[in-house]
Design a protein around this ligand. Structure first.
Ligand SMILES: NC(=O)c1ccc[n+]([C@@H]2O[C@H](COP(=O)([O-])OP(=O)(O)OC[C@H]3O[C@@H](n4cnc5c(N)ncnc54)[C@H](O)[C@@H]3O)[C@@H](O)[C@H]2O)c1
Ligand SMILES: *[C@@H]1O[C@H](CO)[C@@H](O)[C@H](O)[C@H]1NC(C)=O
Length: 323
């Protein structure tokens, strides 16, 4: 790869903590994206991080723009990172919920996040480890960072799956479907039907125009398939990695390019009077992090659902506190 290309490009360093399945798939997607100039892998299993970094550095020769990939054993290497992605932690086993992982992964964050924050006080933390909302809240407290610089991947994946399912259901390209999943990245998440639209038309009007029934049972089926997608995948292959890695790469892209894209990511705040708690709402992503500029105009039923979801996550946070 010509050196001149690397010199012309603005330096963008990304650190990935956790060189497991999600971490290395994200590293590979980032490498091919041409968005970054340096990727650093950190894992408690130093040999694994080293092996993955060398393998990825060979793949780097085939990327559009060259990026350096290396492993590090110290969190001091987070210095100057634009974004530190946290993917370290235990994974769901078939039948486990994301909340089952909380104790182990919270202890891991308590040891890792303060070290990251000390080395990279101006960085943006991007949390993928589950349960992602609880750990986004923990990362905020443990880092002392402002809320806009602690972002959880949240329901960005669920929103993508939802649009995918709706696109299939109505026979249109998912890009023409505007609909979001908000709340917990987990079982209490909720689809915002009242604001869903296709090609700029409210879903109800779209259905009327097209002569198809606006069918609540079918809609519940779409929401259930969205909610159950990760369980279905884990049942079959034991983990999920490509979808989440692509979502993380896309979030990095919106931040690095300061694109002002609106994405459903998790962020600490107060929701329907419950808080502080992290959950997902549409947020604007730019160079300084995630911003909730405009509140969603939810229906009363949806506000109830959001309150329930916030309470659910808040309950887990309090249960950790009680030890
Ligand atoms: N947010 C999402 O949409 C989403 C999707 C898939 C997975 N996940 C979550 O991401 C996490 C990782 O999943 P995975 O499939 O990559 O698991 P994995 O087991 O493949 O990788 C986890 C890695 O973390 C490392 N690790 C463990 N303790 C560490 C520590 N103290 N410091 C540094 N590294 C440490 C392990 O050595 C391992 O390499 C899980 O919590 C999983 O639930 C989230
Ligand atoms: C990012 O968005 C926030 C909220 O809208 C705004 O205050 C800030 O100036 C923006 N920053 C950049 C770099 O665009």
């Amino acid at each position: 790869m010509p050196e001149s290309q690397a010199i012309n490009q603005k330096a963008v360093k990304i650190v990935i903590v956790g060189a497991g399945s999600v971490g290395v798939t994200t590293a590979y997607a980032l490498l091919l994206s041409g968005l970054v100039t340096e990727i650093v892998l950190i894992d408690i299993d130093a040999a694994r991080a080293e092996g993955e970094a060398v393998d990825l550095s060979h793949a780097a020769h085939f990327a559009q723009t060259h990026a350096r990939v290396r492993a590090a054993t110290s969190y001091a290497d987070c210095a100057d990172a634009a974004i530190v992605i946290l993917t370290a932690g235990v994974n769901q086993k078939p039948g486990q919920t994301r909340l089952d992982l909380v104790r182990t992964n919270h202890a891991l964050f308590a040891s890792v996040v303060p070290q990251v924050a000390a080395a990279a006080p101006d960085t943006i933390l991007l949390v993928a480890t589950n349960p992602v909302d609880v750990l986004t809240h923990a990362a905020l407290e443990l880092s002392g960072f402002p809320p806009e610089r602690v972002i959880g991947s949240g329901t960005a994946m669920d929103t993508t799956r939802f649009r995918h399912e709706l696109g299939r259901h109505y026979g249109v390209n998912p890009r023409n479907v505007h609909a979001v999943i908000i709340g917990e990245h987990g079982d209490s998440q909720l689809p915002v039907w009242s604001l869903a639209s296709i090609a700029g038309m409210r879903l109800r009007d779209y259905c009327a125009q097209k002569g198809v029934a606006y069918d609540e049972a079918a809609m519940d089926g779409v929401a259930a398939r969205t909610r159950g997608a990760a369980y279905e995948i884990i049942q079959r292959k034991g983990k999920t990695n490509y979808g989440v890695a692509s979502v993380l790469t896309s979030i990095v892209e919106q931040i690095v390019k300061s694109s002002d894209a609106i994405v459903t990511v998790s962020r600490v705040g107060e929701y329907e009077g419950v808080g502080p708690v992290a959950l997902s709402m549409p947020c604007k992503l730019n160079h300084t992090g995630s911003h909730m500029d405009v509140p969603l105009l939810l229906s009363d039923k949806e506000r109830e659902g959001l309150k329930r979801s916030a309470g659910e996550i808040r309950g887990v946070i309090e249960s950790i506190r009680e030890g």
